[in-house]
Write a new protein. Structure first.
Length: 114
């Protein structure tokens, strides 16, 4: 018998107001946003475009390590401020995430800063 517990974590999508989404630990942030209509913008889903640029407002300690694509895309300052690429971010505990809506970005559909 497998006694492994299916640990659940919570995501709060602050910008869209989609609150308390419960997902399995280890989930990918963008995939869970798509599944539960969290509203995080995206295009490529593969760490190439920067559209999913977001900020982990709470629970940064509950995210997986930066991927190589994030290290290329994000500045040290952005990382220090809690920014991530949602499509590259795995979740090990509760988080709250915000982002700049596409229509408020200088270059819509792209990473808003740099
Ligand atoms: S959706 Fe393109 S980098 Fe994440």
């Amino acid at each position: 018998m497998d006694d492994q517990v299916d640990t659940k974590i919570r995501i709060r999508f602050l910008t869209s107001g989609v609150d308390d989404v419960e997902v399995p630990a280890g989930s990918n942030l963008l995939r869970m946003s798509i599944r539960y209509q969290g509203g995080l913008p995206f295009k490529c889903g593969g760490g190439m475009c920067g559209t999913c640029f977001c900020k982990i407002e709470e629970g940064a300690e509950n995210t997986g390590p930066l991927t190589g694509k994030e290290k290329k895309m994000l500045t040290d300052e952005e990382v220090a401020q809690g920014h991530r690429l949602g499509c590259q971010t795995s979740l090990n505990g509760d988080v709250a995430v915000s982002w700049i809506p596409l229509d408020q970005r200088a270059t819509p559909g792209r990473k808003p800063l740099k």
